[in-house]
Write a protein that binds this ligand. Structure first.
Ligand code: UD1
Length: 422
């Protein structure tokens, strides 16, 4: 097993380019199944989840190939509608392959994705959305079979905005007969990127980025070429790392508006944040103040995917901040690990009081999930002494070469197999 070894206390200086967004690339890759022909997707990060998606597309009969950050998919040879359980278990996001498979083949069968490290993660909204379009759903022995001789447009009102369910319905509805209206849709930028790709394929989708998405079904789609938007969570993580460790860092290939809430909080904490076109410059002397109470919310609110990293940063603020996690029910596993590094945190339910301390101290800690791992790296960079972060495989799911990006900024971080240090 690998770990990151971090010698903390070194400020970060320099420029780093942000790679394409995993959470935009995954549904767009799912969309390539909607029609045969060669799709070309650019700036797709080299990450485990994308690799798993490639294997799933391959198992379904599509041709998937990568050259650098460009991926080509040709689903002309799609031959099965069953997603193998072994692959389904590796990536919960495979659930939104249901929409395109149902649309293209009229049926799909998947195993129910279980809970995951950050909470229970139900799929009722996905199933409700597909059922509303006319799909018949049967569940037996953990296998969900979904079939529809024809999909018909409908009005779908989500009780809570779900990114994945919104995407699943968009994917199922683009070729449905008639008009589909999604109300209380999630508004994340990745959904806007999916809309752009679908429209390049000849679909008629409007409203992504607002809470109402309107999809007029079309008969035919064609392959398309598309460049994935930059990853706002990777950019946010590096911004927070620079703010916590101190220094001056410029992030390029960003869309600053997508990071509005995160940048607002850094500003409020006293960090200098200067967006300039597609770049963001972060300047910090490593000292900052508490930000009051924040709650994770669907976009454009404070993203749950930035919650752990922001908490790591606030551990060193002057004063007390409060973070309430409102999206996932078990997304506070980093709290005990940060406490091992000297953070002063009080937890009650899903709320954490973060009493700032003057410094953190390096320790051996374990990443339990992707963003918790990123938070421990942020903490390690700003701590005194050496931090060893285990569970790097979780971090690799969402950051392409995180240690290389940070090393290029002067951070002392390297990857090690755990037995080397035992
Ligand atoms: C996506 C992101 C993930 C991010 C999350 C919230 C991808 C691949 N992943 O996950 O990184 O943390 O959005 O921003 O894009 N819910 C239900 N029933 C459902 C579906 C969801 O109750 O059928 C609830 C969830 O439990 C959660 C909330 O809706 O409380 C939002 O989850 P959702 O937006 O669906 O997250 P994902 O799409 O899984």
């Amino acid at each position: 097993m690998e770990q990151f070894v971090i010698e903390g206390g070194k400020p970060l200086y320099g420029t780093v380019r942000i790679h394409g967004a995993k959470n935009a690339a995954l549904p767009i890759l799912a969309a390539t199944l909607l029609t045969g022909g060669i799709h070309e997707i650019h700036d797709v990060p080299r990450l485990k989840d994308i690799e798993v998606m490639g294997r799933i597309l391959g198992a379904l009969g599509a041709r998937f190939s990568r050259a650098g950050t460009r991926i080509q998919v040709d689903a002309s040879t799609l031959r099965t509608c069953h997603i193998p359980d072994v692959l389904m278990r590796q990536m919960r996001s495979s659930i939104f392959l249901m929409g395109p498979l149902l649309s293209r083949l009229g049926e799909v069968s998947v195993t129910r994705p279980g809970g995951c490290a950050i909470g229970s993660r139900p799929i009722d909204l996905h199933l409700y959305g597909l059922q509303s379009l006319g799909a018949h759903i049967e569940e037996k022995d953990g296998l969900i079979r979904c079939s529809a001789s024809k999909l018909t447009g409908a009005t779908i009102h989500f009780k809570t905005p779900s990114v994945g369910a919104t995407e699943n319905v968009m994917l199922a509805a683009v070729k449905a007969e008639g008009t589909t209206v999604i109300r209380n849709a999630a508004r994340e930028p990745e959904i806007v990127d999916l809309q752009s790709f679908l429209n390049r394929m000849g679909a008629d989708v409007q409203g992504a980025g607002t809470d109402t998405i309107i999809i007029h079904g079309v008969r035919e789609l064609h392959p398309a070429s598309h460049e994935i938007i930059p990853d706002r969570i990777v950019a946010g993580t590096l911004a927070v790392a620079a703010a916590a460790a101190g220094g001056e860092v410029t992030l390029t290939n960003t869309i600053p508006d997508h990071l509005r809430y995160t940048l607002h909080l850094l500003n409020k904490a006293g960090v200098s944040v200067s967006p300039d076109g597609d770049a963001i410059r972060i300047r910090s002397d490593g000292r900052h103040r508490a930000v009051g109470r924040i709650e994770t919310q669907p976009y454009p609110g404070f993203p749950t995917d930035m919650q752990p990293q922001m908490m790591a940063f606030l551990c060193l603020a002057d004063g007390t901040s409060v973070i309430c996690e409102r999206i996932f029910d078990a997304r506070l596993k980093h709290v005990s690990e940060l406490a091992r590094m000297g953070a002063d945190l009080t937890v009650e339910g899903n709320t954490v009081w973060i009493h700032g301390v003057p410094h953190l101290t390096g320790a051996d800690v374990e990443a339990t999930d992707l963003r918790a791992g990123a938070a421990l790296v942020v903490a390690g960079l700003s701590a005194r002494g050496v931090t060893r972060v285990g569970g790097v495989q979780h971090i690799d799911r969402g950051y392409e070469g995180l240690e290389e990006m940070l090393s290029s900024l002067g951070g002392r971080i390297y990857r090690n197999s755990r037995s080397d240090s035992d």
